[in-house]
Design a protein around this ligand. Sequence first.
Ligand code: PGA
Length: 250
Amino acid sequence: MSVSKRPKLVVGNWKMNGLRRDLAELTAIGEIGTACAPVQVAVAMPSPLIYPAARAAPGLQVGAQDIHPESGGAFTGGVSAAMVRDAGGGFALVGHSERRLSCGETDAIVQAKASAARRDGLSAILCVGEEAAARGQGQAETIVGRQLEASLPSTGDGAWLSIAYEPIWAIGAGHTPTLVEIAAMHAVIRRHCVVRLGEVGRSVRLLYGGSVTGANAGAILGLADVDGVLVGGASLRAATFAPIVRAAIR
Ligand code: PGA
C-alpha cells in the first residue's frame, strides 16, 4: 500500500457478543461495505461466527479478535491464524487491552501473535493504549511508545499491519480523549512506525478506538494520521454501526 493511499478502515469488534441469529445485523453493513470503496469495512467476530459471518456478509472483511502465536499443536482452546483464514477470515486483532489485562498478554506475546498473523496470511491490527492513571500523570505517550517498541514486529508495512490506539479508559466509557489528544498520540505512533519500520512505516494505518459513535466518528476520522476506527459496542447493531461507516465515506 503506497504511503499516500491509506484507505480508511472501519473495524467492528463484537467482543464476546452475538449468536448466529445476530448476523442479520451485518447484512445491511455488508451492503454499505460493498458500495463504499475505497473505504474498507471489517468486523472482528467471536471465533464460532467467523465462518457464518463471512458467508452472510461478503462485502465485509471478517476476522478474529485474537489468535494463538503457534500454527498448531497441543494448545487446548487455541485458534491459529491458519484456522481463521480457513474459516474465511482475513485479519486478526492482537493485543487488545481486554486480553492484555485479563489474559496476561505481554508485549512479547503480542509481537509473536502479530508475526503469526503475517506468517499464515492474515493482516494484523495491533492494539496499544494507556490506562487512566498514566494519562493523568502525563505518561500516556511514554507508555504507548514502550508498548510499540516491545510489540511491533521488526518489519511490517501497511499491506498487512495496522495499529489501533485504544486508551483503556475510553473503552466502553462513553467518553473519548479530545481531538487534540488523539491527533498528538497518532503523530507519536506514526513517528514510532517510521523509526522502527523505515519510510514504509508511513503506509501502516493508524486507527482510533474507544467509545466511537456516529456522533464523534466524523471529527475523529478527519484528523491527520487517523486512518480508521475500531468500534466495540456501536458495531453490534447496524443502526449504530452504519453512521460510523458513512462518516468514513465522507
Ligand atoms: P467501545 O470498544 O467502542 O465499546 O468503546 C472499543 C474496543 O474495545 O475495541
